[in-house]
Design a protein around this ligand. Sequence first.
Ligand SMILES: [Zn+2]
Length: 363
Amino acid sequence: MVARPDSPKTSYAPLPVFRARGPPREVGEQLGERFAKEAARAVEIFRKELTWEKGATFDGARRYGRKILPRIEAWYPDFVEEMRGYAKGSAIPFDTLLAQWSGHSPSAGLKGCTDVAVGPEQTADGSVLAAHNEDYTPDYDGLVAPVRVAVDGKPEFFAMSYQGLFPTIGLNELGISLTGNAVSPNDVRVGIPKMFAPRRVLEARTLKEALEWAMPAGRSSSFNNIVCSREGELYSLEGSATDFEALYGAGGWLVHTNHYVGAKMLRYEADPHAKFCSILRYNRARKLLDPSLGRVTPETIMAIQRDHLSRPDSICRHENPADPEADRVKTLFGSVLNLTKGEAYISGSTPCATEYRVFRFGG
Ligand SMILES: [Zn+2]
């Protein structure tokens, strides 16, 4: 008998997670020591990526990082401390780290992810689920690590973080999640880099804090940051550098990929003709989710995350050898967060080829 996509699976192997705790600088140092090898590899990739970007140089990226550091420090000083600790622990110079995370990211708009969020009205057991396929440069496969971080005085969180430091998705112990998608705004400017907002959202104690921190004023650019809460509130914050629209999952669900869908945001789309992969993943995920509404389980969403319609440019993305190297992308992992139970299901690499394993706050 073929299992229905909504049938819950009873057992998952545990996900090994590195745990860091203490004051910001010590947390950073622990993460840096543990992920030193990944950090060094990511710097090599960063240097290669710079050669894909017209006019970009390593020195130029470092100069830009130094220029915007005061703005980052003013908005999020604790995390800059953590980065300094990470620099010490990993032996990567701080200004290299800063350059790397300041916003030089070629073709990021093409390397998009697929997200689904489902509220208690639409799940089988009343849980709130937030889910994400992480689609990015294939070189990063294995460099996005599961971590559990408790900075003194702040809520503890689980995250999948680039080199253990910059979260791309996560869930905190108070039931606030952060997932989301790259978008391609045409109003990019000098400001707070977009990678810093997701990390701060994971420190939020209330939904209002989470929403506010997802869209800092003075940002250089933005992701579509999806912020959900254990109470079943689902927000997709479609941001650009200067504007945003808060899309709300009023029917107890939402889907987002890599193009703007909010009426106010359409004028910020840098190149609508580059968005066909995003459009097909968006429609496909909605179509696959629809028949399961009212009885959605984590397994329903995992089945969506493995979908291969229009492979290789499918929801489960695979490298397209026809693309130039700079544009190549694959799904690095699939994830389903259960905010109600404090659980995260994470696949090892492409969701079609690797098992999901589970992290539990309680376990
Ligand atoms: Zn696949």
